[in-house]
Design a protein around this ligand. Structure first.
Ligand code: SF4
Length: 1008
């Protein structure tokens, strides 16, 4: 057996020469076993390019060889048990058995246990031997852990047995043993002149067993990835034990391969430093992934367009590509850089996946309004009806019963089919939550999905996803070999767990494109230029944690004393070093290494210790200009690169930032109306001067004033204008609607409660007035009367109108009765000689603010109390809650509480007041926390003395309207504002421009 060892790059050269010299041809085929299909394709290409060898060389991975051997075994017919979620279900079932239910099951624990069991099975550990060892070993530490280890071995043994019992399938253990037994006499293997094992630095126990079988019976040559360099500490144990023992082990020498910054790379993890700083190594940092990819894309374009390096000779890598997989393809697409790679995403990354998940979760989410809307508005929803509008009109928030109560034929878009569908949906999903045979549940789920998902609109990718979902469902047919019936809630739990584990692949298959692979998948490949991204602490090296189920001390016993080849988890730290070293060696001409300066929330990040080590070895300083700093600001970034490398969009932005952006477009003859408009908009938004049209300064102020005046000003619209002119503009000038408040199942909507107070109190006082009574009755009589008014409007069944739980409605109704009973008795004591006489009445008036300014006011006054003797009246306004202190004169401007004042103006001199004079106003707060009846007064004197200030205040508000100055005024009110999504309140420059506006300051001062 020829046995060569060297670092990967030198090893590859030796392999190419050696394999070419074997002279593979007719009758002399060669089989090459390598770690991955990627490496196989790479070797094939190198052999062809360098030696012109193309035929009679066959590449396989270990698992492909096992399948090949399995194909030869004509006696076996059962397929291999799939390695999916079924294993976790099997484990879950095992762990609920007496004797094995030692620990609390959690998804994390199951995953850790499954990994440990897979490692044990891969090492070919015999449970009987393990058990005997643990039972007889007297080492104190082992005795302490004996119970746990015997439990683990017992689970392992039963897990192996159970896998063999799934009818119609073979376990991997049986499959492997059969393939291994086939190896010695395999016609397939015998057909090869030579078998070459290439590129491994470690094997699992199973791979080692197959490797040993091959070298025992065939002519095998081995090319082992190993070197005496410190980076290879990880593979040393395996190499010393299983490779070096071979008398023919030869170190590959005298092979020269181009490696960028080789001297620095060789000095890694040693005490040495390169003689000079390597010019082929480029370190850079970016504030975020966007900046990092921006620089990578521009550098690739530069290398390609200015240095003639083909895209296929460039690669991008990182320890993990998880954080890059969404943005990277997009950035490369924008820069017209072809990619040769694929990324995996969970099914929930696709709209179809989300729709299926939402649909099947409807019962679990309690038919929550937004989930339901998401389902019926999805393009994949089969029932193409107008249910969206029906849902939007209905105020139900969640709960099937609430939908049932509130979906009434009186709704404009009412459709009885919607309720019928909801009912069917609920029946089916509830059926899936109960215990039934797996096959029954599987069939029901499939039918339900087919009835609700419109497959006719699918793209090719969606068809694949749909097949994946159906495949998950079909897999449940195997569950009945483990348990005949699914438990309560178990079926959908299992479905969602499988669904969330499933991956879909986004393939970018341009063979001449830039390669993108994580460092694991990059092993064994090399490129002229390599970008290594995200070299930050805790990213590369990854954090390695010990296996909590099968700890390293027992793994070591299994390997060193019992002879099962199983890895030690903490040795993975050494593997990280090896990965870093081999990654750097993959660059031939230029290598770029980057780190991020901050995370997504802007928190500072620390460079990886490997990067610090690389900088040391290369005589570079991470704190100096040795590291190129990609700017955090896009305009700066755009200026940092050659403008010929910018995309159209980037170029437009760069031009827009120039003092005279029109000029370059004019010179190029590209200045059309649309461009002119967007340049003006960009300019207006970027300056710090006065308020402009994008800040709510509009030309049509007079028109807006006329329109609003025609519709009359109510106290609440004046309050909106005084609180935030922009909000008023959205609502009154643009006419944007506010959404109705949806009904909660557990509380009464604020507006509904307010309506109830008004209706009941109006009825109560009106009857009192008509009966010629006022507050002179006994308390009990007053309370009896108000309870009669409550009963008139609200009964125990009224919960249906508001979609509230019946039991909660009982409590609300009780509270309503108690609050109002207390309210009317307290109010009676404050009436003095006044009699509540006018209720819920609309008043209007043309009000002269000053001789030049008249406006139309309107308002519905809740109640007016008259004292016929003194010929005075008081205005009362009911409030469900209290804001501010007792004296309204103090709070009026600060909190913009204008109603009492405006109502007094409206009522004064109105014929309905029969010549009475105003005697003040009050806000009657029905309930303030636990306190019933709080009164905020505006005295008759304050009404007179504040009038000039109110007039000035109204004149100021009207001037905003007339000038068309609708500026933003962000405050606590923004959280209740329906227009936050379209408001520019978060734009720093808009904010500054508004602060430069005199009207803004006038408004603020007028409230002081
Ligand atoms: S979000 Fe705030 S600033 Fe913007 S319109 Fe609404 S209230 Fe005004």
């Amino acid at each position: 057996m020829n046995n060569f060892y060297a670092p990967l790059r030198a090893l590859e050269q030796k392999f190419i020469t050696y394999t070419a010299e074997l002279g593979p041809g007719p009758g002399k085929p060669v089989l090459v076993l390598c770690p991955s299909a990627r490496v196989a394709a790479h070797l094939q290409k190198q052999l062809c390019q360098e030696k012109g060898v193309v035929s009679n060389i066959y590449f396989k991975t270990f698992s492909q060889l096992l399948e090949e051997l399995d194909q030869e075994n004509v006696q076996q017919t059962d397929p291999l048990l799939p390695g999916n979620r079924l294993h976790e279900f099997l484990l879950k079932t095992l762990l609920s058995r007496p004797g094995l239910n030692l620990y609390r099951q959690s998804p994390g624990f199951l995953t850790a246990l499954r990994t440990s069991l897979r490692d044990m099975a891969d090492s070919l550990a015999d449970p009987e031997i393990l058990k005997e060892y643990v039972q007889n070993c007297q080492e104190p530490f082992l005795l302490q852990e004996q119970q746990h280890l015997l439990w683990l071995i017992s689970v392992y043994q039963q897990y192996l047995n159970q896998m063999n019992k799934v009818k119609g399938f073979r376990s991997y253990q049986v499959f492997f043993n059969q393939a291994l037994a086939q190896a010695e006499h395999s016609a397939y293997l015998q057909s090869f002149h030579q078998i070459v094992v290439y590129g491994f630095y470690e094997l699992t126990g199973r791979q080692l067993e197959l490797f040993n079988a091959l070298r025992a019976h065939y002519s095998v040559s081995v090319f082992w990835a190993y070197d005496s360099h410190a980076a290879f500490a990880f593979g040393k144990k395996f190499f010393d034990t299983n490779v070096l023992g071979s008398s023919s082990a030869q170190k590959v020498t005298g092979v020269n391969v181009p490696i960028a910054a080789q001297e620095a790379v060789d000095c890694l993890f040693t005490a040495e430093q390169a003689q000079t700083r390597p010019s082929q190594m480029h370190l850079f940092s970016a504030a975020d992934i966007e900046g990092e990819l921006f620089y990578v894309a521009k550098e690739i374009l530069r290398l390609h367009e200015q240095e003639g390096i083909a895209f296929e000779d460039i690669a991008i890598t990182a320890r993990s590509l998880e954080g890059y997989k969404t943005l990277l393809p997009e950035v490369m697409r924008q820069n017209f850089i072809a990619l040769n790679t694929s990324f995996s995403f969970g099914l929930l990354s696709q709209p179809l996946g989300v729709m299926i998940y939402n649909l099947l979760s409807l019962v679990r989410t309690g038919f929550e309004r937004s989930s339901l809307l998401a389902v019926v508005t999805s393009p994949y929803f089969k029932h193409k009806k107008q249910w969206r509008y029906l849902i939007e009109q209905c105020l139900a928030q969640r709960d099937f019963a609430q939908w049932k109560d509130l979906l009434r034929p009186t709704l404009k878009n009412y459709d009885p089919d919607f309720m019928a569908w909801l009912q069917e949906c609920r029946a089916c999903l509830e059926f899936l939550e109960h215990s039934h045979k797996w096959a029954t549940l599987q069939e029901t789920l499939l039918t339900f999905l087919e009835e609700n998902v419109d497959t006719s609109v699918f793209t090719a990718q969606e068809k694949t996803l749909w097949e994946q979902v159906k495949h998950i469902i079909h897999n449940f047919s195997r569950y009945e070999f483990i348990e005949e019936y699914a438990g309560e809630k178990e079926f959908l739990d299992e479905f969602f767990a499988s669904f969330l584990q499933e991956q879909t692949h986004q393939v970018y298959d341009e063979p001449n494109g830039v390669s993108v692979a994580d460092v694991m998948n990059l092993r064994g490949l090399h490129f002229k230029v390599l970008f290594v991204l995200g070299m930050n602490e805790k990213v590369f090296p990854q954090i390695i944690r010990e296996d909590p189920v099968l700890k390293d001390y027992f793994r070591r016993i299994m390997r060193d004393q019992l002879g099962y080849w199983i890895n030690q988890k903490m040795e993975r730290f050494d593997e990280e070093r090896l990965l870093f070293y081999t990654t750097l060696q993959a660059a031939e001409k230029e290598i770029y290494v980057s780190f991020l300066r901050s995370d997504a929330e802007g928190k500072p990040l620390v460079p990886s210790m490997y990067l610090v080590e690389l900088a040391r070895a290369a005589r570079m300083n991470l704190q100096s200009e040795d590291v190129l700093r990609v700017s955090a600001h896009l305009p700066q970034r755009l200026k940092q690169v050659d403008s010929r490398l910018l995309t159209q969009q980037e170029m437009s932005l760069l031009i827009a930032l120039q003092p005279r952006p029109q000029e370059p477009y004019t010179r190029a003859g590209l200045l059309d109306e649309a461009k002119q408009k967007s340049i003006s908009a960009a300019k207006a938004l970027s300056v710090l001067g006065a308020m402009g049209p994008y800040d709510g300064a509009v030309q049509s102020g007079e028109e807006i004033f006329t329109l609003c005046n025609e519709k009359k000003f109510s106290p609440s619209s004046l309050r909106d204008l005084a609180t935030c002119p922009m909000k008023y503009f959205f609502s009154k000038a643009v006419g944007l609607k506010e959404k109705d408040e949806v009904c909660s199942r557990s509380e009464w909507a604020y507006n509904e409660r307010g309506n109830a107070y008004h209706a009941i109190l109006m009825d109560y006082y009106e009857r009192l007035y008509k009966d010629g009574l006022s507050g002179q009755l006994f308390e009990s009589a007053l309370q009896e009367r108000v309870l009669a008014s409550v009963d008139k409007y609200y009964q125990p069944k009224s919960y249906q109108s508001f979609g509230i739980y019946p039991v909660i409605w009982d409590m609300i109704l009780q509270d309503l009765k108690e609050s109002l009973a207390e309210f009317v008795t307290k109010d009676a004591k404050k009436l003095e000689n006044f009699i509540p006489s006018i209720f819920e009445t609309e008043f209007e008036k043309i009000y002269e603010i000053n001789p030049q300014l008249k406006i139309k006011l309107k308002g519905i006054i809740d109640r007016i109390d008259l004292d016929v003797k003194s010929k005075t009246f008081r205005v009362l306004d009911y409030k469900s809650s209290k804001h501010g202190g007792k004296d309204l004169a103090v709070e009026m401007f600060k909190r913009v509480i204008l109603q009492p004042f405006i109502y007094l103006i409206l009522a004064q001199d109105d014929p309905k007041m029969r010549g009475c004079l105003p005697d003040g106003a009050a806000l009657l707060n029905i309930k303030d926390g636990n306190k019933i009846y709080a009164r905020q007064e505006l005295s008759p004197d304050a009404f007179l003395t504040l009038r000039p200030r109110v007039n000035d205040f109204l004149a100021l508000l009207m001037s905003f309207l007339k000038k068309g100055h609708f500026f933003i005024n962000p405050s606590d009110f923004c959280q209740y504002c329906p227009y936050t999504a379209i408001c520019r309140k978060d734009s720093f420059r808009t904010f500054i421009r508004v602060r430069n506006e005199a009207d803004f300051h006038k408004l603020e001062e007028s409230k002081q």
